[in-house]
Design a protein around this ligand. Structure first.
Ligand code: DAT
Ligand code: MG
Length: 149
């Protein structure tokens, strides 16, 4: 079962979209196994976005993610990484497919509402960066046989 890190970025929180976006992931059949509402310090932001260091948008990205609370979550499911990326849509809202979160609620890449891990390997790494193993909940969802074959 794959795990992926999902962040509701500050704009999603400020705009009251936490429930809407969680609802989409729940409807999809993904299972939440960890969540916390938190302020992101610069150190965590810089580690999380280390791959983008030096790019023209890096400073703005760090300022944005640390500007106001985020909702950090871990979601699990078969192909969870690809499934969540698909639900969120392309990085630039203007290129995101209709029906995706970034299309339906966004216009600009610097306010694209969510983060989702992009590979299985990065999913593992990002979950470990944002959550301790104690913060992840192992639970049984009784309707799973009606969602997962
Ligand atoms: P994603 O968030 O879809 O994984 P990414 O990892 O390429 O996208 O970039 C991380 C974030 O950085 C992205 O959500 C928004 C910002 N970003 C990426 N490309 C950008 C660009 N060309 N201009 C401004 N911000 C950008
Ligand atoms: Mg990325």
């Amino acid at each position: 079962m794959e795990r992926t890190l999902v962040l509701m970025k500050p704009d999603a929180v400020q705009r009251g979209l936490i429930g809407e976006i969680i609802g989409r992931l729940e409807n999809r059949g993904l299972r939440i196994i960890g969540a916390k509402f938190m302020l992101v310090n610069r150190e965590l932001a810089e580690t999380h976005y280390a791959i983008h260091k030096g790019k023209p948008f890096y400073k703005g990205l760090i300022n944005y993610i640390t500007s106001s609370p985020v909702m950090a979550m871990v979601w699990e499911g078969p192909n969870a990484v690809a499934a969540v990326r698909q639900t969120m849509g392309a990085t630039k809202p203007i290129e995101a497919a209709p029906g995706t979160v970034r299309h339906d609620f966004g216009l600009e890449v610097g306010r694209n509402l969510t983060h989702a891990s992009d590979t299985v390997e990065n999913g593992e790494k990002e979950v470990a960066l944002w959550f301790s193993s104690k913060e992840l909940v192992n639970w049984e969802r009784t309707i799973d046989p009606w969602i997962l074959e």
